[in-house]
Ligand binder design. Sequence first.
Ligand SMILES: N=[N+]=NCCCCNC(=O)[C@@H]1[C@H]2[C@H](O)[C@@H](O)[C@H](O)[C@@H](CO)[C@@H]12
Length: 446
Amino acid sequence: MVKLVFPKDFLWGTATASYQIEGAWNEDGKGESTWDRFSHTPGAIYQNQNGDVACDHYHRYEEDVKLMAEIGLKAYRFSISWPRIFPEGRGKINPKGVSFYERLINKLLEKNIKPAITLYHWDLPQALEDKGGWLNRDTAKYFSEYASFIFYKFGDMVPIWITLNEPFVNAFLGYAWGWHAPGKKDLKGAFVAGHNLLLAHGLAVQAYKEGGYNGNIGITINVAAVYPYTNSEEDLRAVQVQDAFENRWFIEPIFRKKYPEVIWKILEKNYLSFDFPISDFDIISSPIDFLGINYYTRNIVAHDESNKFLGLKRIEGPNERTEMGWEIYPDGLYDILIQLYRDYKIPIYITENGAAYNDKLENGKVEDNKRIEYLREHIKRAYFAIRDGVDLRGYFIWSLMDNFEWAHGYSKRFGIIYVDYDTQKRILKDSAYFYKKVIEENGIEE
Ligand SMILES: N=[N+]=NCCCCNC(=O)[C@@H]1[C@H]2[C@H](O)[C@@H](O)[C@H](O)[C@@H](CO)[C@@H]12
């Protein structure tokens, strides 16, 4: 067996998000978030579940950091709950909220685990949503005020900063399709929200750089490698449209100071165009230090005249699927890494990769062999991308522990640590021991 050994300082981590694990939704002065409001809306979430308690990480963070150290993590990506810091989104600060993150960061540093902080992972202060949320351009300014405060408090302690998590998913599932908070169904709104999210990102990057902090800052984008159903001209064109829509929409403004041509055409054709100062792109394109990508699966597309929006349809792939119904396609991770590095020549982190399976706790163990297989195959593709020239800096498994999977509630388990929600007991799954070995050996058997 050939051993695939990663670069010496390759960063092995796991990822979580505040609303999905913290709980304490209205404790110690925290303000309401859009996800508190949305998950309390009957019918919004599987079995009307919510994140009021979640994994109770707000109270159990010390135990959780100990488990991270037991696995041997080099880094831990988590998000800060904006309304836990600014209950109304801006103005009054909540000292107990600041103290929680200060204690968490210090615990991580004590264990030599690098904190990687996401400033916004979808839990917008409800007070700002009440003023229009991401449809209101002022929210971008309020985000940069929040970010500036967080940089001021933790900027010298934290080496890796991510402004936004998956603006595409937040804009489209939250504002166009209504599946996520704030549950709006307004196609034009999704494009406006997407633009203001990008503006928020750029203002926060400017604040970080002006602060002279010595860490690195970037953004996390969800990407899915795209393939044609046939090699017809029409299907090849459909690939370009889908790639622009799902992968490049939020990347091109940052690196090319414009939206992909395809997006403009969609806006014009569907009368969705909206006005904004072209100078926004000067802010949005403030130079970043790395690109974070979340990769789970691929898309196969075919031309479809009847789809008046994108003119394409997605075709189910032939391979096994995870509990989310997502096809398992590790080669897509290799392909998208090669494509993105070819196009933008920027250091990349895989800020999320993982799989949901119907894990069973039996005799105190969780034998999640399918998840181990999923992780092994994707880690191998990450190695091959580095071998072939990609400046890949790290890999974060989604997720450290089972948690609140948005509209799916607790029905989908992504963790390498099993959470018994009745007792809040944590049990390392076999995949946690697999990952411990990968980290110890800084690599994997081919
Ligand atoms: N084509 N296709 N299908 C795959 C598209 C995936 C889009 N969803 C994500 O990436 C979310 C990301 C989120 O950050 C995290 O908070 C979620 O818990 C995970 C798991 O759902 C993933």
